[in-house]
Design a protein around this ligand. Structure first.
Ligand code: SF4
Ligand code: SF4
Length: 407
C-alpha cells in the first residue's frame, strides 16, 4: 500500500469545528516551518503567492509578529517532543522582520531547553534585504543554513522582485550574498522560475556557478486565476521539463561540487532513501507550519481555516500529530490520479504535490500541473543517477515496485 496510513479517513475538510484526534501511533512531526512574521513581507514581488490571498486567515491584520512567550513555548515543547533530533526552519513572508534579537532569544531557549545528546538544526529562508554583519555572525556561530531568494542576473531578478517603492532589489540582495560569502555563512540560492527565466537555464546556471554558489534550488511558479486560467508568469510542464533537462546536462560534469535540489532529491529516491523534498514523499505529513500566533497547519500552501490543526499554546504536539485533519490532508496524495496509477515513475514521484493538483480547479483531482516535466527529467536522469549510485555504493539501485491502494 502506498499510503502507509492504516486509518480510515473521514472527510472533515469543511469549515466545521472538527478537531477530532485519531487514536494509535501518529506519523511523527519531523520538522517545523515557522512563520514569525506570518505572510508579512518587506518586498512586493509581483508573483508572490502570499499577497492578497483570500484564504489567508490573518490577511486583515497589518502587524503580525510572534511574541517571545510563544517562541519560548514553541522551543520548550518541540525540543521535548522531537528529541533527539529537532529541526526549526523559518520562513515568511519575510522571517527577518522579526528582528535579530528574536533569533538570539531562540538560540538562548534552545540552549536552555535542549537535552544532552540532542541535535538541533536551524534554517532560514530570506529575501536578503535586511541581512547585515550581525545576522551573519549569528548564522555562522550556530551553523544555520540560509536560503537566499534571487532569480538570476539583475535584468531577470528585477522583472518581478520589487521593493515597496516598486524598485528592483537585485543590487541589495547581491550585497547580502557577497557579505554572507565573506562572513562564511552556509547558504544556498532559491530561484523562482517564471516566464522571465525558465527559457534561460544556461544563463541562470552559469550566473550562480560564477558566483561560487554550490547549492541551487529552482521553484517553478504555478498560479491561476479563479477560472483556472494560468497567470502570465506561470510556467507550464514542458517549459519546466526542458529547463530541468538542460540544467541536468550542465550540472552532470559538476555533480561532485554543485548541488541542485531537485536532482539531489531524485538521487536520494533512486538510492532508496527518503528524499528531502515533501513533493517526492508518499504522504504529506513530514512537517507542519507554525504561524506567528502559534496556530499550526499541515502545509505552507494550505494555511487556511479549515486545515488548522491546533495551537501550540493549547495543544500538545502529540495531539496535533493525531488530528483527523492531518490524516485527511496527508491522504490527499495517496488518492492517485489514473495516470499515476500506471506510471512507471510512481515509486519516485508519488503523484507530485497536491498543491499542483489543486491549484487550477481547487479539488485535488487534477494530475500534477508539472507531471509532464517530471516525466521528461525522470526519463533523462534516472538511468545515469542509478548508475552513479551503484558506482558510489557498490549496490544495485533498483526502484521499488509500486502498488496503489486508492481510498
Ligand atoms: S501539498 Fe505539496 S508542499 Fe504541501 S506537504 Fe504536500 S507535497 Fe509538500
Ligand atoms: S510523473 Fe506524472 S503520472 Fe507519473 S506519478 Fe508523477 S505526476 Fe503521476
Amino acid at each position: 500500500m502506498t499510503a502507509g496510513n492504516p486509518f480510515r479517513i473521514v472527510d472533515n475538510t469543511d469549515t466545521g469545528p472538527s478537531m477530532a484526534t485519531i487514536s494509535g501511533p501518529a506519523p511523527r512531526i519531523s520538522s517545523l516551518l515557522i512563520k514569525p512574521a506570518s505572510a508579512v513581507c518587506n518586498l512586493d514581488c509581483q508573483y508572490c503567492f502570499y499577497l492578497d490571498r483570500d484564504a489567508d486567515p490573518y490577511k486583515d491584520l497589518s502587524s503580525r509578529l510572534m511574541p517571545i512567550e510563544t517562541l519560548e513555548r514553541l522551543v520548550d515543547t518541540f525540543l521535548f517532543y522531537s528529541y533527539p533530533q529537532s529541526t526549526f526552519a523559518f520562513q515568511g513572508g519575510e522571517p527577518t522582520l522579526a528582528g535579530v534579537k528574536f533569533y538570539k532569544k531562540l538560540v538562548e531557549f534552545q540552549k536552555r531547553y535542549g537535552r544532552d545528546g540532542q541535535s538541533v538544526s536551524n534554517a532560514l529562508q530570506t529575501n536578503g534585504v535586511l541581512i547585515d554583519k550581525e545576522w551573519c555572525d549569528l548564522f555562522r556561530e550556530y551553523s544555520w543554513l540560509i536560503g537566499l531568494s534571487i532569480d538570476g542576473p539583475e535584468e531577470i531578478n528585477d522583472l518581478h522582485r520589487f521593493n515597496k517603492a516598486g524598485h528592483g532589489t537585485w543590487k541589495r540582495v547581491m550585497q547580502s550574498l557577497e557579505l554572507m560569502q565573506k562572513e562564511k555563512v552556509d547558504f544556498n540560492v532559491l530561484c523562482v522560475l517564471s516566464q522571465a527565466n525558465v527559457h534561460k537555464p544556461k544563463e541562470i546556471y552559469k550566473f550562480f556557478k560564477g558566483l561560487g554558489v554550490g547549492y541551487m534550488q529552482f521553484i517553478p511558479l504555478s498560479e491561476f486565476y479563479p477560472d483556472g486560467t494560468p497567470m502570465p508568469f506561470t510556467v507550464n510542464a514542458e517549459e519546466y521539463g526542458r529547463f530541468l533537462c538542460e540544467i541536468f546536462d550542465l550540472w552532470w560534469p559538476d555533480r561532485r561540487s554543485v548541488r541542485v535540489r531537485f536532482l539531489d532529491n531524485l538521487a536520494e529516491a533512486v538510492a532508496g532513501q527518503k528524499p528531502g523534498s515533501c513533493t517526492m514523499h508518499e504522504t504529506c505529513d513530514s512537517y507542519v507550519v507554525v504561524e506567528y500566533n502559534g496556530d499550526v497547519y499541515p502545509c505552507d500552501f494550505f494555511v487556511e481555516k479549515h486545515w488548522k490543526l491546533g495551537n501550540l499554546e493549547m495543544d500538545s504536539w502529540q495531539e496535533i500529530a493525531r488530528r483527523a485533519r492531518r490524516y485527511n490532508f496527508a491522504a490527499k496524495k495517496t488518492i492517485a490520479h489514473p495516470e499515476c496509477q500506471v506510471c512507471e515513475y510512481q515509486s519516485i514521484c508519488h503523484g507530485g504535490c497536491p498543491k499542483s493538483r489543486h491549484g487550477q480547479h481547487r479539488d485535488f483531482a487534477d494530475l500534477d500541473w508539472f507531471c509532464g516535466a517530471y516525466k521528461m527529467i525522470f526519463a533523462k536522469a534516472v538511468g545515469p543517477l542509478k548508475k552513479e549510485v551503484e558506482k558510489i555504493t557498490g549496490k544495485s539501485a533498483d526502484l521499488t515496485p509500486f502498488h496503489i491502494s486508492p481510498y
